[in-house]
Ligand binder design. Structure first.
Ligand code: T1G
Length: 653
């Protein structure tokens, strides 16, 4: 092995058996920063001219090959060399260039690999073009070279979904040529040596395989419907389906499209979400605080939420002990959990061996004392203060003093629950969203007395559950439900002022919400919120504006879709505008002598988003939320706020 050549601060190389092994070392994810690009360019120039070099291997240091272009450079003035220029040099080199994918090859990282003449991956590698998740399209050849390699239908699927695939699947797709059984770089060096002096397979020169236009049209229609107006997926469809044209023409179109989208509001919103997700688990004052070890999780209450939490915990590798009030109820809970696991097997998300392993880590009981081995106990019992405090007092007596107690309450005050225990410092809230084994969002509630290492434990468990943790202080409804209440309140004010449920829902769905507020209301059922309003009636501020329309609907038995009618009617299950509701709304206005007026979609949105952001500002001022991007994450991942709008705080900024 020759001495190391430093081509830049992040790119170095050694020559082994005549092959120049180029390593990119740009922590944390080897993004193609300007230093990486210029280092690669110099390495290629060296390889081209060095007589003792017969080929090149490109690989990454650490657990990533290349995590893509450096997103932090977006919005800054472009610096030469550009990534397309470097990629053109790779593809055009007269000597074989082999990509040795030691880990994730995403976005620009896969585009670099696609330009290489051969690709070998370690079994742990994953490849993908996730650019649409950032509101952009691949900008360095991905939309033109991937179809040449794997065909338009497969390229369309990967590029418009942004999903990444593991090495084995990538081999099946023929995105890569080999998965290394032994040492990855050695395998790549052998491949480069074998290709030396032979005609090279340049991806850009390949022809795009002919496809059935009807098949492509059908797939495109489905993708565009799912995109709900987002620009990037639509542009990706256009670029991929038109990739059977001269490469230079396709690349120029792709680059122009990429640059235009990169500077769009939609892309800025999705970048905001990308970095917000990486910030949310960073909590001031927790630097260096070690979480408590958690292997076994106890779950009290094996209903809808409890069984979902159990499935998430089993999926993350924890042992689970489920507790319910009776042996029958506990057994029913077990059946519910096993049923969910079986669905995971049926959908291919879990193989039989995994199913058996998870089932073996599950036990259920009706005896509190059986929770003694637990490191963490999460309660998901009926949302009633007396029920929860009684449970925690019982658990206090059976679990270890260092075990953590978590409540999944959505609306009760966890400080009151904690205060009923002997060790309030070991209590926090873990507010899951239904279905708990599907929804990514997890509000981690820091109670008044929660110890730092207990909060750190909550965050560590959230990460292991592959949840998106957002830390919140204690307030009614925490971040999500408090903002949702403000948003719903404003919607009801709009009803009194002149708008109708379907108009408000149409404005929200146009904006990008998967479903309007009143349609969601009907789906969830109106009875829970009604019960809470009745509970709050005695303490409600009499001078505050209160809209009675929802109460009137409930009193009329209009409890939602399950009841066949709510804000809408559901003849044959189809959501339909119901004149009876309009009559109820008009009566409510008349009772308050409100002269209704028409509202445009823009005005409705202005008020709805304004109400959310205003409540968000209050949560920041009260230090319930640590940062506005946390609020955006909660509303996007828990309440259907369109990610490509960035969340209510970003949208208002
Ligand atoms: N640019 C800049 N910073 C990045 C980055 C990137 N591409 N990817 C990650 N980071 C930072 C991240 O903010 C965090 O910082 C740290 O790295 C660790 O990230 C031309 C234009 C690679 C699978 O979309 O999916 O290429 O918080 O916590 O869990 O077509 O990061 O520590 O300060 O996520 O180990 C396309 C994005 C770019 C992939 C690693 N690429 N990254 O996961 O670490 S656009 C992507 C990921 C593009 C071209 C276009 C993941 C990962 P901090 P992490 P991880």
């Amino acid at each position: 092995m020759s001495k190391t050549i430093e081509f830049s601060a992040t790119v170095s190389a050694t020559t082994r058996n005549g092959v120049l092994v180029v390593t990119i070392d740009n922590p944390p994810v080897n993004a193609t920063s300007v230093d990486v690009r210029s280092g690669l360019e110099k390495a290629l120039a060296h390889a081209e001219t060095a007589p003792d070099v017969t080929g090149v291997v490109v690989t990454g240091a650490g657990k990533t090959f290349i995590g893509g272009a450096d997103i932090k450079e977006f919005g800054k003035p472009a610096t030469e060399p550009t990534l397309p220029a470097v990629i053109e040099k790779i593809e055009g080199l007269s000597k074989p260039v082999v990509a040795a994918l030691n880990g994730a090859a995403l976005g620009g990282g896969l585009e670099v690999a696609l330009a290489c003449h051969y690709r070998v991956a370690s079994p742990a590698a994953q490849v993908g073009l996730p650019e649409v998740k950032l509101g952009i399209v691949p900008g360095a050849g991905g939309t033109q070279r991937l179809p040449r390699l794997i065909g338009i239908p497969a390229a369309l699927d990967l590029i418009t979904s942004g999903r990444s695939v593991k090495a084995e699947e990538a081999l099946t797709f023929r995105i890569i040529d080999d998965v290394a059984a032994g040492d990855l770089v050695e395998t790549a060096i052998s491949a480069a040596s074998a290709l030396a002096g032979k005609p090279l397979r340049r991806t850009g020169d390949l022809t795009v395989a002919a496809v059935d236009p009807a098949e492509v049209e059908k797939a495109s229609v489905k993708i565009l419907a799912k995109a709900r107006g987002q620009k990037a997926p639509a542009e990706a469809v256009r670029l991929v389906t038109s990739s059977n044209r001269p490469l230079a023409e396709g690349l120029a179109d792709e680059r122009a499209t990429f640059l235009a989208l990169r500077d769009s509001r939609e892309a800025a919103a999705l970048r905001h979400v990308f970095f917000a997700e990486r910030e949310s688990s960073k909590v001031e004052g927790l630097e260096g605080v070690e979480p408590r070890p958690v292997k076994t999780i106890g779950i009290c209450g094996l209903g809808l939420m409890g069984s979902g939490i159990a499935v998430a915990a089993l999926g993350a590798g924890y042992s689970v002990i489920g507790l319910d009030q009776t042996v029958e109820a506990a057994e029913k809970g077990r059946e519910r959990i096993i049923g969910l696991l079986e669905r995971n097997v049926a959908s291919g998300r879990l193989d039989q061996a995994g199913f058996e392993a998870q089932k073996a880590r599950l036990s259920v009981t009706a005896e509190d004392v059986d929770l003694a081995p637990c490191d963490l106990v999460v309660e998901a019992v009926f949302d009633d203060l007396a029920v929860k405090t009684d449970l925690f007092q019982r658990l206090d007596k059976v679990i270890r003093p260092d075990a953590v107690l978590a409540t999944n309450t959505s609306y009760l005050n966890p400080d009151e629950i904690a205060a009923a225990t002997a060790h309030p410092e070991r209590v926090l809230g873990l507010h899951f969203f239904s279905p708990a084994h599907v929804m990514r969002l997890l509000e981690v509630v820091r109670c008044a007395k929660t110890a730092p290492d207990v909060l750190a434990t909550g965050l560590a468990v959230a990460k292991k559950l592959r949840k998106l943790p957002v830390v919140t202080g204690v307030t009614e409804g925490f971040i999500g439900n408090r903002i949702f209440s403000a948003y719903r309140r404003e919607a009801e004010f709009l009803l009194e002022d002149g708008a109708l449920p379907h108009e408000i829902d149409a404005a929200l769905e146009d904006y990008g919400f998967p479903m309007g507020l009143f349609a969601v209301y009907d789906m969830a059922g109106l009875e829970i919120a009604w019960a809470r309003r009745k509970r709050q009636a005695a303490t409600r501020n009499p001078s505050a504006r209160y809209v009675e329309i929802a109460d009137t609907l409930c009193e009329a038995g209009r409890l939602g879709q399950k009841a066949g009618r709510g804000w809408y009617a559901y003849p044959d299950g189809k959501r339909t505008i119901d004149p009876e509701v309009t009559t109820i709304i008009e009566a409510a206005r008349a009772k308050k002598c409100i002269v209704p007026r028409a509202f445009s979609k823009g005005e409705i949105l202005e008020r709805m988003l304004g109400a959310m952001a205003l409540e968000g500002e209050a949560l920041l001022a009260e230090r319930i939320a640590a940062r506005s991007s946390d609020i955006d994450l909660v509303m996007i991942n828990g309440y259907g706020f369109p990610a490509h709008k960035g969340g209510p705080m970003f949208a208002k900024a």
